[in-house]
Design a protein around this ligand. Structure first.
Ligand code: NZQ
Ligand code: ZN
Length: 385
């Protein structure tokens, strides 16, 4: 096991009716910027619950943070937040609203010329406005981590940043807020959480028995919950299980002391940046193709994954590795998420931009640093049809 430091300061408030707790979570006297997306919170009753909990608080609203939150939109919020002397940001929505709010929190205090430097040049975040979250979409784990991913239209870029200063102070997770999710967003959430675990688990053996078993437990839970939540979207227990699984998948615990891959996410972000497909759709395309392409490097873990997660015990090692990957892909498809580029009408032309750009920006990626432009191109081409 590698050395690690783990500190997670996010207070999680989980369960039915917990939005009312907002009243006591934010001090009266704070000036709140209430951020949200395109309006789902207005139709599913979440907005009303938030407003009623904040009846005595002073607040300004910023609506319209889009999926894959855009730099241009967020900079408008930064201007408002500065002018209004905001000292607390409350994000109400999915991962995009929360990531966007993390960016606003940091960009408000950025002293350099352009806050895009935060994701683009890894500029240091020296200060950030405190924030809290009411999560309405289980998927990203953003509610319990310090990451954010921001997109920029003009350059077709989608880039992440990390700063311990943008951990939410608290995250309210009321599974009832997720009843209104479409089948597509629900399935996306299952896939995103699944792939977060795979990025941290499906690498090479690292003498991390606890982390492996924890990762396998959440994967098994997702295999169990996925079909159930799709079949019974109004079942509270399934919604609650999915919400907690997605948080656990990317709150840092299973990543302690182990290598991380994250190449699927790097490639997926480029697919979203260039073609606009949903984050989870991009992952469903890339992960199976990447596992096939990198199967030699990941051999031992693929066998372990096949046996412990899919109960694959018979046949040659080759057969078991192939089957484990096949079953993963079929699981995504069973949820209705396409796993080939043709499912999203993406053709071969222009794909080479992706590997080139990742390599220019980050060099080779993956847990062994052996995935370069050529490998990325091969992965994407193998995922065409
Ligand atoms: O904008 P509104 O109207 O709220 O609608 C949203 C949006 O259209 C809708 N939605 C959210 N909650 C709903 C709902 N609709 C009905 N009922 C509800 N309860 O769902 C749509 C998608 O929302 P979005 O926030 O974009 O989805 P998600 O939570 O999957 O977030 C995706 C973003 O997070 C980033 C992704 O790259 C992408 O930009 N990620 C962030 C990570 C992190 N911070 O750690 C890690 C992830 O790997 C990921 O990269
Ligand atoms: Zn993800």
């Amino acid at each position: 096991m590698k050395n690690f430091t783990y500190h997670n300061p996010v207070k999680i408030i989980f369960g039915k009716g917990s939005i009312a707790r907002l009243k006591n979570l934010i001090a009266i006297g704070q000036k709140i910027l209430l951020t949200y997306g395109g309006g789902s919170i207005k139709t599913n009753g979440v907005y009303d619950q938030v407003i009623s909990a904040l009846a005595k608080h002073s607040r300004v609203e910023f609506a319209g943070i889009e999926p894959n939150p855009r730099y241009k939109t967020l900079m408008k919020a930064v201007k408002i937040a500065q002018a209004e002397k905001i000292n607390f940001i409350l994000s109400v929505g999915g991962g995009s609203v929360l990531d966007g709010s993390k960016f606003i929190a940091a960009a408000m205090h950025y002293q350099g010329e352009d806050a895009w430097d935060i994701p683009a040049s890894r500029a240091r975040v020296a200060r950030a406005t405190p924030l809290g979250c009411v999560l309405t979409l289980p998927a990203t784990g953003s509610e319990m981590n310090a990451n954010a991913v921001i997109s920029r239209d003009s350059t077709q870029e989608k880039l992440a940043f990390y700063s311990p200063l943008v951990y939410p102070q608290f995250s309210i997770l009321d599974p009832q807020t997720t009843f209104s999710l479409s089948a597509r967003q629900t399935a996306n959430g299952v896939v995103d959480a699944f792939v977060h675990i795979m990025e941290q688990y499906l690498t090479y053996p690292a003498a991390a028995t606890v982390q492996d078993r924890q990762a396998e437990a959440i994967l098994l839970a997702l295999l169990d919950i996925g079909p159930k939540v799709m079949a019974e979207p109004d079942n509270y227990d399934h919604r609650a299980d999915l919400m907690w699984a997605a948080t656990q998948a990317l709150n840092g615990v299973i990543g302690c002391g182990v290598p991380g891959d994250w190449a699927t996410h790097s490639i997926g972000h480029e697919l979203t940046a260039f073609y606009g497909i949903d984050h989870a759709q991009s992952l469903a395309v890339v992960l199976p193709a990447l596992l096939r392409q990198q199967n030699k490097q990941k051999w031992e873990k693929l066998l372990q994954y096949g046996e412990r997660v899919w109960q694959i015990r018979d046949g040659s090692e080759e057969t078991r590795v192939d089957l484990a990957i096949e079953k993963t892909e079929l699981f995504f498809r069973s949820l209705g998420v396409g796993t080939r580029l043709q499912d999203y009408r993406i053709e071969a032309d222009g794909l080479e931009r992706i590997g080139r750009r990742i390599f220019e920006r980050n060099g080779k990626v993956g847990e062994r640093g052996d995935i370069g432009a050529e490998e990325i191109d091969a992965i994407l081409r193998s995922a065409l049809v």
